[in-house]
Structures are given as structure tokens and as C-alpha cells.
Design a protein. Structure first.
Length: 119
């Protein structure tokens, strides 16, 4: 029983393709999964939702009148189609910051964190 070079090469290419697909899409399979919310378009901008919830809870404890729906609407308008980093950099340049949990952060980031705490 002999194996042809063509079979070995085809198998190696198939294995490499499967490894590449797993590396590229693996985060969807093995990453954190959260229950769906009406604010998922905004919450996907956060890299660590658990940490964001903690910071957001600190902000909400100091601002109990926080309204998630109003904040989400304002965040969608403010961020628009620009990358989050651009929106945050512009806020820092304009000194549009607020305090949450003894941290001074851009208002948009604090709003996203508070939204994560409410969702």
C-alpha cells in the first residue's frame, strides 16, 4: 500500500485550511457569549464586558437617574460610523471626560460601561 504525493499534499493543504479557519473564526466558538440585548451593536465595542459592568455600576450608583434607552440613542448618534478609538480620542482632546469609580474617562466610554451594567 503506497500513498501518492498528491494525496499527501492534498491532505496537508486541507489540514492547513482547517487550522486557518479555526484560528480565524475560533473566537466565535470559544469566546465569551452574552445574552442578547437591545444594545448589542454598542456593547460589541467593549473588549471586556465584565470589567465594563463593574465600572458602569460604579457610575450608576453615583447617577441613579441613568436611562439606558436614552443613553443608547445618544451613543449611537455620537459614535456613528467612526471607530470607537476615534470618538474617544476626540473627546479626550475636547476634555469631555467624567469620573466613574475613581477613574477619569471619556464620556462615551463611561456611557458604554453604564449601558453594559444596565443590560
Amino acid at each position: 500500500m503506497s500513498v501518492s504525493r498528491r494525496t499527501v499534499v492534498a491532505g496537508a493543504v486541507g489540514l492547513a485550511a482547517a487550522a486557518g479557519a479555526l484560528a480565524y473564526e475560533g473566537w466565535r466558538l470559544f469566546g465569551r457569549h452574552y445574552p442578547p440585548t437591545p444594545y448589542d451593536d454598542l456593547l460589541t465595542l467593549l473588549s471586556d464586558r465584565a470589567a465594563a459592568r463593574q465600572l458602569g455600576a460604579a457610575f450608576i450608583s453615583e447617577h441613579p437617574n441613568f436611562n439606558a434607552a436614552t443613553a443608547a440613542r445618544a451613543l449611537r448618534q455620537h459614535i456613528g460610523k467612526q471607530p470607537l478609538q476615534s470618538a474617544l480620542a476626540a473627546e479626550i482632546a475636547r476634555s469631555q471626560v467624567t469620573e466613574a469609580g475613581h477613574w477619569v474617562l471619556p464620556q462615551t466610554l463611561v456611557g458604554l460601561c453604564a449601558l453594559a451594567a444596565k443590560a
